[in-house]
Design a protein around this ligand. Structure first.
Ligand SMILES: [Zn+2]
Ligand SMILES: [Zn+2]
Length: 344
């Protein structure tokens, strides 16, 4: 089968190659991949940066966001069968540690990931543990179902703490998940939403996703512009998706006293941060990682199935697997939000 893998360390190092299809073990599922999504984590691996960029074994087929059809199942598999239309949770928690045994497996320190620790879904087939398979209704559009995993982060972030209903919101950073978070916050009843980014193309999509105001941080003073929008005050909830020192500074200057910061970004390396800003504003910081298993999926999937969220603007481009590198190049050029790789 064809697979797009990281084969060399450092920047790029991607190559398309022929790989064997791995037959499922007793607790595993073999899936024919229909659609995959390219994620910020894949970009970190592309650049050879950050925790995941250093962690990935070579060669590994990349990709952890997808929708596909079950081809075959191992003998001990009971929850899914051949023909099922499935999406994947991208964390494979160990199941044994304290976090896993106390209902918090999304923060399992021994989690393994497809596309990082074993071959992922930028391929014609992928073999994964049954434990990370989510079965969709048969009539769901695979392109939408492939977005459930990243959407789950935005849903998790939104529902954490006191939620967003009736509250003022800033989404700081409009990558794919930040943009999804705009729509999710709107869906859950945010009173007013400001989106911040430096890319005019992404700010345009933020407006489509439901932002009341989109602020270009490269052109305007973010803090004074956003505060003016909220009547001179900060926002009750700020979602931090920039992962940059300047973005983090903005986040803590934008949040209202005793508000909530949902910290969703993973900086590529150490960043400087003035904790005095946190002491002065006194927000609660929620450290958002992945999706609660499986609470977030039960909340998130129906939003897509019932069409409560329009995610069409997020899936900005489609490229066939054979030209999968192009998906990375589109992101590098700032021209794409989330390119989908069509693997069928
Ligand atoms: Zn991802
Ligand atoms: Zn664990």
């Amino acid at each position: 089968m064809l697979g797009l893998a990281k084969v060399e360390a450092g920047r790029d190092g991607l190559a398309l190659g022929e790989y064997p299809i791995r037959e499922p073990g007793a607790h595993e599922v073999l899936i024919k991949v229909l659609v995959s999504g390219v994620c910020g984590t894949d970009m970190q691996i592309y650049h050879g940066q950050g925790a995941f960029g250093e962690r990935v074994k070579l060669p590994t087929i990349l990709g952890h966001e997808m929708c596909g059809r079950v081809e075959a199942v191992g003998e001990a598999v009971s929850r899914t069968q051949a023909g099922d239309l499935v999406s994947l949770e991208s964390h494979v928690p160990c199941g044994e540690c304290r976090s896993c045994r106390t209902g918090r497996s999304h923060v399992c320190a021994a989690t393994r990931y497809p596309g990082i620790d074993f071959n992922g879904c930028f391929a014609e087939y992928v073999t994964v543990p049954e434990s990370i398979v989510w079965v969709n209704p048969a009539d769901v559009d695979p392109e939408r179902a492939a977005l459930l995993e990243p959407l789950g982060i935005a849903v998790h972030a939104t529902l954490e703490g006191q939620g967003v209903a009736g509250r003022t919101v800033v989404v700081n950073g409009c990558g794919p998940i930040g943009l999804m978070n705009v729509a999710v916050a709107r869906h859950y009843g945010a009173a007013s939403i400001v989106a911040v980014d430096v890319n005019p193309y992404r700010l345009g999509i933020a407006r489509q996703m439901g932002a009341d105001l989109a602020v270009n941080a490269a052109e305007k003073d973010v803090v004074s512009t956003v505060r003016r929008h909220f009547g001179g005050e900060g926002a009750e909830v700020v979602f931090e998706y920039t992962g940059s020192a300047a973005g983090a500074r903005n986040t803590f200057q934008l949040v209202a006293p005793l508000g909530e910061v949902k910290w969703c970004a993973t900086p590529a390396g150490p960043i400087e941060f003035d904790f005095g800003l946190w002491r002065r504003g006194r927000p609660t910081i929620h450290n958002i990682h992945g999706r609660r298993l499986w609470d977030t999926w039960y909340a998130c999937a129906p939003l897509v199935y019932e069409g409560a969220l329009d995610l069409a603007p997020i899936a900005s481009h489609r490229v066939p697997l054979r030209e999968g590198r192009e998906a990375f190049e589109l992101i590098l050029a700032g021209q794409a939000v989330k390119p989908l790789i069509l693997c069928d």
